[in-house]
Design a protein around this ligand. Sequence first.
Ligand SMILES: Nc1ncnc2c1ncn2[C@@H]1O[C@H](COP(=O)(O)O)[C@@H](OP(=O)(O)O)[C@H]1O
Ligand SMILES: [Mg+2]
Ligand SMILES: [Mg+2]
Ligand SMILES: [Mg+2]
Length: 393
Amino acid sequence: MASISSGSLTRVLYSYPCKAKIPKPLYSLLFKKSPVVGVASMSYDKELAAAKKAASLAARLCQKVQKALLQSDVQSKSDKSPVTVADYGSQAIVSFVLEREFPSDSESFSLVAEEDSGDLRKEDAQETLERITKLVNDTLSSDETYSVSPLSANDVLAAIDSGKSEGGSHGRHWVLDPIDGTKGFVRGDQYAIALALLDEGKVVLGVLACPNLPLSSIGSHDQHSSQYKVGCLFSAKVGAGTDMQSLDGSPPIKVHVSAIEDPEEASFFESFEAAHSMHDLSSSIAKKLGVKAPPVRIDSQAKYGALSRGDGAIYLRFPHKGYREKIWDHAAGYIVVTEAGGVVADAAGNALDFSRGRYLDLDTGIIVTNLKLMPSLLKAVTESLNEKASSSS
Ligand SMILES: Nc1ncnc2c1ncn2[C@@H]1O[C@H](COP(=O)(O)O)[C@@H](OP(=O)(O)O)[C@H]1O
Ligand SMILES: [Mg+2]
Ligand SMILES: [Mg+2]
Ligand SMILES: [Mg+2]
């Protein structure tokens, strides 16, 4: 989390609309000291290097599949959401690389990941499993640092199933979304490989590989244009800021969230999929706040990456009633944004709690912006939610 100087503290206090009392949850979110007390002094350098390597290799596998996506590569999970050979392949690669990079931790290795091998163990999935196994082996052999004998289909199933951990508030847990934004991936749009590490319940590092995200700002041009070089790797470590580099290996640069204070100049991100976030609610919040620009709708945690380098100033996510957010959909994005100076909160202004297992139990939605805009954003969110509640009662 970005440290907050007394100067910025004063500015935030003054920026709170109407000098109203700052709500308690928001106060603690904006002003509390680093949330990783006790683990902040660890370096996590080796872990971050391993995470970047694992996510970059997984991105290579995903790029290959997205270029030649076959109808048979896309399956439906029991909740009807899509999953592809690349989701499984990416999870197998990341799991394999992490276990290999930390052989001495094999007893305590813990990975909380989205996919499991249940459907791949069914009889009619033989061909799909073979295709995934080939993809994983081809990707590993394309990396000169891994001279391993090819993995069998069973090795691949076991690597995928390493991701069954429940996480929690004790010890270390890797958190993986092997493809976040599978719907975007299938459409040929944005997606991300999102990997984070929890230590004693706090996110201490995160990596976002975004193979289709332009290296230059998407605030200023059409994100679908083929004119711009794409492929970004964001990485963040607690207390060390956020870096961005190209996926093909340029040196990293430090990135920072937008410094915009006037909502009229701000633009906001939201899900491309209306089923994932209530677009009408975001537009009512944006209108209240005075945001002029239309929403930028993109898939996946690429939104957190783009926000961390200031492409836009606000991210609004309001799932429909009953949906429970998962930790792998936010852990990496959360630290990428907070280390770049941003604030991530639920709709009541509470900090997100990644220590409760696979789910993030939170109040109503997720809002992300910079320190200056957060108080007025939270006020607009509260008003819009109250209006929505009274109009539906
Ligand atoms: N009804 C729903 N409401 C909110 N989020 C949902 C949802 N159904 C799926 N999702 C989540 O939204 C994620 C994609 O986020 P975004 O909308 O920002 O692109 C999905 O990740 P996966 O694609 O990894 O399954 C999934 O976890
Ligand atoms: Mg999914
Ligand atoms: Mg996801
Ligand atoms: Mg996913």
